[in-house]
Design a protein around this ligand. Structure first.
Ligand SMILES: [Zn+2]
Length: 120
């Protein structure tokens, strides 16, 4: 996934979140703007460059804890809503995630993993 493209998707998700949760219509509120700038900066510095899956699927989790918490909230909130606002992008994300999970499963073949169930 191209860096620019993913950054765009993250922006859209923060937009949806801020609109719904903070009732900001045109611009992001201060808190969301900060999160967005942070997310953008992290992605710019990502060692995987364009050869990477979505950050949500990434093994590194380079966000600092407070920001990770925030972005996780945004994803939880906006994820299902993306299907409504931006169905094409949402579908791509789902497809990408499934592809990644299949691959991860293959890699884990034969290895028993505890707490395999996803927490939502
Ligand atoms: Zn906001």
């Amino acid at each position: 996934m191209r860096k620019e493209k993913e950054i765009e998707v993250v922006k859209l998700m923060i937009d949806v979140y801020c609109r719904g949760k903070h009732k900001h219509k045109k611009e992001l509120c201060e808190e969301c703007e900060e999160l967005w700038q942070y997310a953008k900066a992290r992605r710019e510095k990502c060692p995987f460059g364009d050869e990477k899956t979505f950050c949500s699927n990434c093994k590194i989790h380079c966000y600092k804890p407070s920001m990770r918490e925030k972005i996780a909230k945004v994803m939880r909130y906006s994820g299902p809503r993306m299907m409504f606002y931006h169905p094409v992008i949402a579908f791509k994300h789902v497809a990408e995630t499934m592809k990644y999970k299949r691959k991860a499963k293959k890699e884990q073949k034969g290895v028993k993993v505890k707490n395999d169930k996803e927490k939502d």
